[in-house]
Design a protein around this ligand. Structure first.
Ligand code: AMP
Length: 218
């Protein structure tokens, strides 16, 4: 029983994935975190990926699908996965179905996080992340401790992402509409899509996801 969290940048996918990881032991498969780890390695491919991310584009389908494929094979069959930021194109959605079917796994539901553009801009502008455990904070909606450290792992400082800038966000939203929006229809036609209003408090979104996941189990 695996799930996809789908939605534009800043809609709250990562926040929910981390909550489900800590509360229920879900595996959080974040394509963005995987790519940022390659960037940190300083390799040539890492530099190229860093440039793509910083200008708001997306990396090639074959590259990210092979990274996700390698990661899925290491997950225990009993552990449910939240895919966050993957798939981002029809080709990736097809790759994912194929890779999962070989492992006798499947995407049970796809949660589409619906949010207005103004809401996304507000979320992105205040977003901070922990470089160590990847926890996500927001200056106003979900502030870290008063000393600026991470509540989850105690790391002393948080970071702003280079691509969390309004001009780059507009580019990322355009890329989302072009590449990722068609997947919403793809999953809808297959009866796997659930639309979640993410313009509400974090706890309410969690409760909505919990109820759909409980229904899926029954
Ligand atoms: P995210 O952390 O999900 O916002 O992703 C950050 C950036 O990583 C994106 O803007 C893309 O440049 C890249 N990226 C993440 N996931 C994918 C994917 N599934 N396919 C291609 N590029 C991706």
């Amino acid at each position: 029983m695996d799930f996809v969290l789908l939605g534009p940048p800043g809609c709250g996918k990562g926040t929910q994935a981390i909550i489900f990881k800590n509360k229920y032991g879900f595996f959080h498969m974040s394509a963005g975190d995987m790519l940022r780890d390659v960037v940190k390695s300083g390799s040539k491919i890492g530099q190229e990926i860093g440039e793509i991310i910083d200008r708001g584009d997306i990396v090639k389908d074959a590259l990210i699908s092979s990274m996700v494929g390698d990661a899925i094979r290491k997950i225990s069959p009993e552990q449910a996965v939240f895919f966050d930021g993957y798939p981002r194109s029809i080709r990736q959605a097809e790759d994912l179905d194929l890779m999962l079917s070989v492992l006798n796994r499947e995407i049970s539901k796809v949660f589409y996080f619906d949010m207005t553009e103004q809401g996304l801009i507000e979320r992105i502008q205040g977003r901070m992340i922990c470089p160590k455990c990847k926890a996500v904070y927001h200056e106003k909606f979900y502030p870290p401790k008063a000393d600026g450290s991470c509540q989850c792992c105690g790391h002393p400082s948080l970071l702003k992402r280079n691509d969390d800038d309004v001009t780059i966000l507009k580019k990322r939203l355009h890329v989302f509409e072009e590449n990722t929006r068609p997947i919403v229809e793809y999953y809808k036609q297959q009866g796997r899509l659930v639309v979640v209003q993410s313009n509400q408090p974090i706890e309410n979104v969690t409760i909505e996801l919990e109820s759909f996941i409980a229904l899926t189990k029954n």
